[in-house]
Design a protein. Structure first.
Length: 201
């Protein structure tokens, strides 16, 4: 069973998984390590597909921030393992996630690989139905604001009124394409998917 298809102890419990990861944290930026531990703890049980990262990116992230957390013998065999078979997104949602990630990367602050990972993770979480900060496993809206201020600062400056991030990012996508921003929290609820992303297969 490979690194991406194995779960550490407590994979079904976000608090236990967060502690498992942070106990094995590498010598990296503490803020970003906390972010990635929160995201992994929240989204890992649904499998790597819920993270929005491909196998090489996820392997690199784990090796850089949590070295040894998935080494052979690091945890007992026979622990419950979630379904880690990635389910490909339908073409329309894949296009939506790609557009969100591209928007974020157009406003990246530091030019580091972590921002590529975070853009993909945030874009995938945007497709879920809840508050973005919750779907990322963060403790509250202020933690999401701190993430954006550190890694996508120009977007944080544009969102000076503190609009919810999911609404704000979708409104930017609409404005980019010359559309009148709608009130739908996700694109698939607004009825203009084909206009924005083209007809599905």
């Amino acid at each position: 069973m490979g690194i991406l298809h194995t779960a550490p102890p407590g994979a079904g419990d976000a608090t236990l998984l967060y502690r498992w990861l942070t106990d094995r944290q590498g010598r990296c930026n503490v803020f970003d390590a906390h972010l990635f531990a929160c995201v992994l703890a929240r989204r890992w049980p649904a499998g790597p597909g819920a993270l929005g990262l491909d196998d090489p990116a996820l392997t690199h992230l784990l090796g850089k921030y949590f070295p040894g957390a998935f080494d052979p013998g690091a945890f007992e065999e026979g622990m419950p393992v979630p379904d880690c078979s990635p389910t490909p997104l339908p073409p329309l949602l894949r296009s939506e996630a790609d557009d969100i990630a591209a928007l974020l990367l157009a406003h990246r602050s530091l030019g580091i690989e972590e921002e590529e990972w975070l853009a993909a993770i945030i874009a995938r979480a945007m497709l879920d139905g809840g508050e973005l900060w919750r779907d990322l496993g963060l403790a509250g809206p202020s933690h999401l604001a701190a993430l954006m201020e550190r890694h996508f600062e120009s977007l944080a400056l544009l969102n000076a009124t503190g609009t919810r991030w999911k609404v704000f990012l979708y409104r930017l996508l609409c404005a980019r394409d010359g559309l009148i921003p709608c009130g739908a929290p996700v694109c698939r609820d607004c009825g203009a998917e084909a206009v924005c992303f083209g007809a599905g297969d």
